[in-house]
Design a protein around this ligand. Structure first.
Ligand SMILES: [Zn+2]
Ligand SMILES: [Zn+2]
Length: 149
């Protein structure tokens, strides 16, 4: 689990000034369980201080991303979702029918990453992958609908 001090220290270590606004956004990122959109963060920060604007939220998210402290993903909802990098390496399998999301661990991809490297010399940046498909329940429904009567 991250704490505010660790994040702030990591920013300081890289010579980045932690303004009160940035500190507030960092706190909001940490307070959010799992994934958040910039708009959700903005709403949370606004509740604390109406002087922070959405552009600052986006700039801070970009900064944190460039420092590899957060990661983002398109979860198929039209808005980018952000998660703390410390939230261990994980990926998502998202059902395109009911939007149910299953988190799966990094090691399920290790074979793919290894083969891309050995077979293609390709260095995959696979730190937050979203795979779309059908969950077991929806696959069953679809199967029922497509089977001949
Ligand atoms: Zn995630
Ligand atoms: Zn489903």
């Amino acid at each position: 689990m991250y704490n505010q001090e660790a994040l702030v220290n990591r920013l300081h270590a890289r010579g980045i000034r932690v303004t009160p606004q940035r500190a507030m956004i960092l706190r909001a990122v940490e307070a959010m369980p799992g994934h958040v959109t910039a708009e959700e963060l903005y709403a949370a920060v606004q509740a604390e201080s109406p002087y922070v604007n959405l552009a600052t939220v986006y700039r801070t998210l970009d900064l944190l991303k460039s420092l590899d402290l957060i990661t983002d993903a398109d979860m198929g909802t039209g808005a980018t979702h952000y998660a703390l990098r410390s939230h261990a390496d994980h990926h998502h399998a998202i059902c395109r029918a009911c939007r149910h999301s299953v988190e799966f661990p990094d090691h399920l991809l290790s074979g793919l990453i290894h083969d891309l490297h050995t077979g293609y010399g390709f260095e995959a940046e696979a730190n937050h992958i979203v795979v779309f498909g059908l969950c077991a329940a929806c696959a069953k429904i679809e199967e029922l609908h497509s089977s001949p009567a």
